[in-house]
Write a protein that binds this ligand. Structure first.
Ligand code: NAI
Ligand code: MG
Length: 367
């Protein structure tokens, strides 16, 4: 079975870090019978320069057909003043929208070698491995009415509306339960049902779905403010957390920063399954195009490589291969190699390519 991977490397350091991902995919093809076919397309400022738009219709169609899309990063000062449809972010937003990527997965994974780089104590973060599942296409960022009105008495009123429907809640909860089965079989559902009607609905629907289809997964509920506190107090109590768009935005940033640098953080966005069971998926590092270091060969490729590990686990269902790749990253860090962003005293400073070389060598050793 040939697997189709579309790589859109984008701008800035995107091509540099995605170059290392291509080499890793090549390694899995050669050594683990992965059998992936890679295509490359332009998205972002580079696409605007070539075609006058940030993403072409053909690329959107290719992305829909692909088993997985790997995205580097888009944007940079060069395109700050181009018209909206050419703006790099517009390309990214169109891909997310057209592929219906409603589930955003943000892991917080702590590598032993970096446990001292956390702002929390080593014993609190060492071994940490949690996954935040954030609803991405609904909630208060999109609900109507959304407006600022003039009350005529010298006051103005700003309104945003939190809206969730049964089906929106059920499909994101389903993603969380499915993920939990591939992990520690536990889900924490997070809302504020004490003060929000949409939170009551969230709570009830997650509970109902759990009873119908996922009673073998352990389900617990927590209020969002308590969850923020618990993430900092004792993050290892969590495995999968599922929550709405707004709480997920904040909680995923808290969780990811427990463990270190932007250059280490992967993410995935998953779409709805079609009739044949196929779902679109896009994997990308959390960081941007880092114009300040682009072209210098200094970028950390680990966030992108770990994003590919997520693709192995969640799209291709190759958990053992994902584990292998994560172990290879762990080994390289334990051996003391560091790109500039994660540099610590006494460690060996390397560039993008050397980090990629070391990860490939570690893969060969661990295989
Ligand atoms: P950024 O994430 O690009 O950079 C922030 C800082 O982190 C910079 O100092 C950068 O050098 C460093 N950094 C980021 N990734 C790194 C890596 N892999 N290795 C080593 N150091 C790394 O965020 P910034 O500066 O706010 O945005 C720069 C451009 O990227 C903007 O045009 C922005 O719109 C775009 N952007 C794109 C995103 C995407 O494509 N998903 C996400 C965030 C920003
Ligand atoms: Mg955010």
């Amino acid at each position: 079975m040939t697997r189709n991977i579309l790589i859109v490397a984008g701008d800035g350091i995107g091509p540099e870090v995605m170059g290392e991902v291509e080499r890793v995919i090549g390694w899995f093809n050669d050594n683990r019978k992965f059998d992936a076919k890679i295509e490359n397309e332009l998205v972002g400022g580079c696409c605007y320069d070539a075609h006058g738009v940030a993403v072409t219709d053909e690329t959107v169609e290719k992305a829909k057909r692909a088993d997985a899309v790997m995205l580097g990063a888009v944007g940079g000062p060069k395109w700050d003043n181009v018209p909206y449809e050419g703006r790099p972010e517009a390309g990214l937003l169109r891909l997310r929208k057209d592929l219906e990527l409603f589930a955003n997965l943000r892991p917080a994974l702590c590598f032993a070698a970096l446990a001292d780089a956390s702002s929390l104590k080593r014993e609190i973060v060492e071994g940490l491995d949690i996954m935040i599942v954030r609803e991405l296409t609904g909630g208060v960022y999109f609900g109507e009415p959304k407006e600022i009105t003039d009350l005529g008495n010298g006051e103005r009123r700003g309104v945003d509306t939190q809206v969730y429907t049964t089906s929106e809640i059920r499909r994101i909860a389903e993603v969380a339960f499915d993920l939990a089965k591939k992990r520690d079989n536990r889900v924490m559902s997070v809302e504020k049902r004490n003060v929000m009607k949409s939170g009551v609905l969230w709570y009830e629907e997650v509970k109902t779905l759990h009873g119908e289809k996922f009673s073998d997964v352990k389900l617990e509920h927590m209020l969002a403010d308590n969850c923020a506190m618990q993430l900092v107090r004792n993050p290892k109590q969590f495995d999968v957390i599922v929550t709405d768009n707004l709480f997920g935005d904040v909680l995923s940033d808290i969780a990811s920063m427990l463990t270190g640098s932007l250059g280490m953080l992967p993410s995935a966005s998953l779409g709805a399954k079609d009739a044949s069971g196929k779902a679109c998926a896009m994997y990308e590092p959390v960081h941007g195009s880092a114009p300040d270091i682009a072209g210098t060969g200094a970028a950390n490729p680990i966030a992108s490589i770990l994003s590919f590990a997520m693709a192995l686990r969640y799209t291709f269902e190759l958990g053992a291969d994902a584990d292998l790749l994560e172990k290879a990253v762990d080994k390289v860090l334990a051996d003391g190699l560091r790109t500039g962003d994660i540099m610590q005293p006494g460690m060996k400073k390397v560039g993008t390519k050397e980090m990629g070389d070391a990860i490939l060598a570690a893969l060969a050793k661990l295989n």
